[in-house]
Structure formats: structure tokens, C-alpha cells
Design a protein around this ligand. Structure first.
Ligand code: FAD
Length: 468
């Protein structure tokens, strides 16, 4: 067949995985084509994920902070919110970042081909632009970074009052009563934004706790602090019906555990469905390239991010959990380096998770609950922020910092922080784990006083105090 373009490396998808892979490939001397269906780079994370959510969460945090100030003797007037201007701010943040990425692609001579890519063979992909024009790109190697999409509930009708995370980030309205279906990180971050802007919120979650994956003691602190933020948190509850009525969205529930009673049906002005994301593996004609895709749409890879077809790599949300941007970026670098002939492997021991709620909840490596479930012998050092001068001075001492050590080697294997700025601090614990640090290493590292980060050193000191 006809070939319109040739390249050393074709990257499919321009999310954090794809653009990182393309940039690294180009830096390593590979002539690189980046295929993306949208007109901007950055994928889900930059356009409808990590970054816009943080722009809105920043504004929510400032509003919340002013309300906490009353107890400290300073009162502000109730804020007036110009929702169009706020949306404009969020959009300007995205614009700055996508423009920056476009500049970086240009500087590296990465060739961007806009359109939907579908493999034709192990060495060809067809890209269909919005106007229907098609281009065939021939490549020597490829990195698939096509990401993931939101999961929809089959019984949910189309209605402007029912949104997914993308719709919620559009911030078209602040409803009076809102339901968040799914008590994971994305749902709770959006709940934080909307409740601060004035919505009354219910959360419904099928499991018996919010923020699955985080230790329950951390979630407890978060939940206590947020008691007033929510009208109702319905755990172990399934959403079984969603009906768009003129007077509101009627939602029906069922108990997830047999024999328990379900909450009564409720009417909402806005319903956010945040029940997870599914990989896009089945949408790219991977079979034409000979690349195996699992039933659920994931692509399996080895430690070099190679698929079953050795010159085709895959990275990011598409290759498995956790579906996080920082994982995608690191996998991207490994794939590009391996493709360029370097001995690169994905060898991270741990990948941190953060809920950018108020307070933030961050964790990395082995959690206490996981250790218990798996019978791992661990010990912990826990430093309550009530004893942190800085946290007390900030008027925010509800949190704690917890380090998890292997009981035998005394090396750190995990950690969790709940409190303001937890996400900014969890990287230190990840570094300590990667470096094989023990409690003495961490405790004897001089942290500046008074900082919240000091609580990490203190947690190690607490542990040493117990065990020596
Ligand atoms: P994606 O970002 O999904 O990018 C894939 C790209 O491929 C897209 O641009 C898509 O248009 C393109 N594409 C797909 N198929 C084709 C095709 N056939 N042809 C052409 N182009 C195609 N993660 C964090 O780490 N921190 C956070 O704070 C965070 N917050 C989030 C908040 C929300 C609301 C959401 C939804 C997600 C959040 N995430 C966060 C997750 C994060 O966005 C993803 O893990 C990350 O974007 C995955 O990167 P990726 O490169 O694998 O894929």
C-alpha cells in the first residue's frame, strides 16, 4: 500500500506517557512521529484530569482556608464566585501547559500527526483526521500510549445533569444537591471542589470504605475532618437506577451486601459518575499489528515495556494499574530508551498514590492494611501532627505521618501521610524506600524545623524509640 510518512519511532497517543516517550525518543536520536486525535498534547492528565482538577482544587483550598481562619480570629466575607471566570482560570492553566508541550515537541522536531490511529500491520498505522483525510505512517518501532476512558454505567441515560469527570471539570453549574457515584480519588476530589463551591453532596460507594487502597486509619482522619462537607456517605451501596425527570435526577440504590437495607431513592440536581476507567487497548486495531490485548483491553508488557511484538512497546494506563500519570512517564522513558538500544528496565519498587483532597491523603509502598492482609511482618513509626509545631501553628493538626518498616531488616517498606500538603511530601518516603533506607537513616537525616516534612524524620525517631 501507499505510505505517506516514514519514521524510526511512532508513538500512539499524546498523554503524559505518549509525549514523554516521544520526547525521549527524539532526544535519543530517533526520528519520531506522535499520533494524537486531539488538537492539543497532554492527554487525559493535562486536558481533563490531573491538572484541571488541581486548578479547581487550589481555588477550593483557598476558600476552605479562609473559612478555617475564623477560629484563628480572622473572618472573611462569604466569597462570591464568578463561575465563568473560575472556568476561564482553569482553562488558562491547561492552555499554558499544552502550549509549553507543543513548544517542546517542536524544539525536538517531533512530527505530530493529528487524527485517530489504527494499526494496519506491525509496521504501519493509518491516521484519520477529523475531516476524513487519511495518512499512512510507516515505522520501525512503536510505543502505544493510547490511555484509558471513563467507565459508564449501562443504565445511566444521557442528560446534561449527569456527568463523568470530564463533564464535572467543565464546571457548567454548581448544583444544590449532587450525588457522586464512586468514592475513589477522582470522585472525592470533585466532591471537594463542588462542595466548597456550595453544593450539598452525597457519596455512594459499593465497597465498605472510601478511597480504597489507602490505610483505613488515614481515611478515618480525612472523613472526620470532612464530616460537615457531606450530607450522606452511603457505603456498601450499589446504584441500580438513574432516571432523568423534569424535577431532577432520581437515583435508586440497593444494598451491596445481602440482607442489609438500602437507602431510599433520592433526587439530585447533578450526578457525577466516577466509577473507574478502562484501557483503550481494543480501540486501536492492535490485532493488525499482532499485539495481544486482554479481554479487559489491557496490553501486557515485559520490564522493558515490550509487548508480545518485540519492536512495539506499550505504556501508561493501557498496561495496567495504577492508572497514574507519574507511572506513565517513567514507563515512557524506559520504552524509549529500550527502543534506542539502551539497557533500560522498569524497576520502580513503589509508585505513590495521592488524593488531593482536604486534607490530602498520600501513601506509597506497603500499607498497614495490606501487611495485615498478607501476613507480612512489619512495624510502624507514627508521628501525630498534634505534636508538630508547624501543623499546630497552621491550625491544621488533624493529620499524621506513618512509616512502615520490615520487622526483620528494619528497612522502610511503606508510608502514609494524611494532612495538608501530604502529596508534596510522600516523594521523600518513596526515595527512602528506593534507597533501602532504615529508620536510623531517616531519623538521622536532619529535616528543617518547623516543617510538615519534619514529621517524616520524627516518625522514624518514634519507631527507633520503640525498637532500640
Ligand atoms: P492518556 O492521558 O489517557 O492519553 C492517551 C492519549 O491517547 C489521549 O490524548 C487520547 O486522545 C489518545 N488516543 C487514544 N487512542 C487514540 C487513537 N486511536 N488515535 C489517536 N490518539 C489516540 N493521575 C495522576 O497521577 N495524578 C492525578 O492527580 C490524576 N488526576 C486525575 C483526575 C482525573 C479527573 C482523571 C480522569 C484522571 C486523573 N489521573 C491522575 C490519571 C491520569 O490522567 C492518567 O493516569 C494519565 O493521563 C495516563 O496517561 P497515558 O499517557 O497513559 O494516557
Amino acid at each position: 500500500g501507499q505510505v505517506d510518512m516514514e519514521c524510526d519511532m511512532m508513538v500512539l497517543g499524546a498523554g503524559p506517557g505518549g509525549y514523554s516517550a516521544a520526547f525521549r525518543s527524539a532526544d535519543l536520536g530517533l526520528n519520531t512521529v506522535l499520533v494524537e486525535k486531539y488538537s492539543t498534547l497532554g492527554g487525559v492528565c493535562l486536558n481533563v484530569g490531573c491538572i484541571p482538577s488541581k486548578a479547581l482544587l487550589h481555588v477550593a483550598a483557598v476558600i476552605d482556608e479562609t473559612s478555617h481562619m475564623e477560629a484563628l480570629g480572622v473572618s472573611f466575607a462569604k466569597p462570591t464566585i464568578d463561575i465563568d471566570k473560575l472556568r476561564g482560570y482553569k482553562e488558562s492553566v491547561i492552555k499554558k501547559m499544552t502550549t509549553g508541550l507543543a513548544g517542546m515537541a517542536k524544539a525536538r522536531k517531533v512530527n505530530i500527526v493529528q487524527g485517530v490511529g489504527q494499526f494496519l500491520s506491525p509496521y504501519h498505522i493509518e491516521v484519520t483526521a477529523a475531516d476524513g483525510t487519511k495518512k499512512v505512517v510507516q515505522f520501525k518501532q512503536a510505543i502505544i500510549a493510547a490511555g484509558s476512558s471513563v467507565v459508564n454505567l449501562p443504565f445511566v441515560p444521557a442528560d446534561p445533569r449527569i456527568v463523568d469527570s470530564t463533564g464535572a471539570l467543565e464546571l457548567r453549574q454548581v448544583p444544590k444537591r449532587m450525588l457522586v457515584i464512586g468514592g475513589g480519588i477522582i470522585g472525592l476530589e470533585m466532591a471537594t471542589v463542588y462542595s466548597t463551591l456550595g453544593a450539598r453532596i452525597d457519596v455512594v460507594e459499593m465497597m465498605d470504605g472510601l478511597m480504597q487502597g489507602a490505610d483505613r486509619d488515614m481515611v478515618k482522619v480525612w472523613q472526620k475532618f470532612n464530616e460537615k462537607r457531606f450530607d450522606n456517605i452511603m457505603l456498601k451501596t450499589k446504584t441500580v437506577g438513574v432516571e432523568a425527570l423534569p424535577e431532577g435526577i432520581k437515583v435508586t440504590f440497593a444494598a451491596a451486601v445481602e440482607g442489609e437495607t438500602a437507602p431510599a431513592p433520592q433526587l439530585y440536581d447533578l450526578v457525577l459518575v466516577a466509577v473507574g476507567r478502562s484501557p483503550n487497548g481494543k480501540k486501536i486495531a492492535a490485532d493488525k499489528a499482532g499485539v495481544a490485548v486482554t479481554d479487559r483491553g489491557f496490553i501486557n508488557v515485559d520490564k522493558q515495556m515490550r509487548t508480545n511484538v518485540p519492536h512495539i512497546f506499550a505504556i501508561g494506563d493501557l498496561v495496567g494499574q495504577p492508572m497514574l500519570a507519574h507511572k506513565a512517564v517513567h514507563e515512557a522513558h524506559v520504552a524509549a530508551e529500550a527502543a534506542a538500544g539502551e539497557k533500560a528496565y522498569f524497576d520502580a519498587s513503589v509508585i505513590p498514590s495521592v488524593a488531593y483532597t482536604d486534607p490530602e491523603v498520600a501513601w506509597v509502598g506497603v500499607t498497614e492494611d495490606e501487611a495485615k492482609a498478607k501476613g507480612l511482618k512489619v512495624e510502624k513509626g507514627l508521628f501525630p501532627w498534634m505534636a508538630s509545631g508547624r501543623a499546630v501553628a497552621n491550625g491544621r493538626d488533624e493529620g499524621f505521618t506513618k512509616l512502615i518498616f520490615d520487622a526483620e531488616t528494619k528497612r522502610i517498606v511503606g508510608g502514609g501521610i494524611v494532612g495538608t500538603h501530604a502529596g508534596d511530601m510522600i516523594g521523600e518516603i518513596a526515595l527512602a524506600i528506593e534507597m533501602g533506607a532504615d529508620a536510623v537513616d531517616i531519623g538521622k537525616t536532619i529535616h528543617p524545623h518547623p516543617t510538615l516534612g519534619e514529621s517524616i524524620g520524627m516518625a522514624a525517631e518514634v519507631y527507633k524509640g520503640v525498637c532500640t
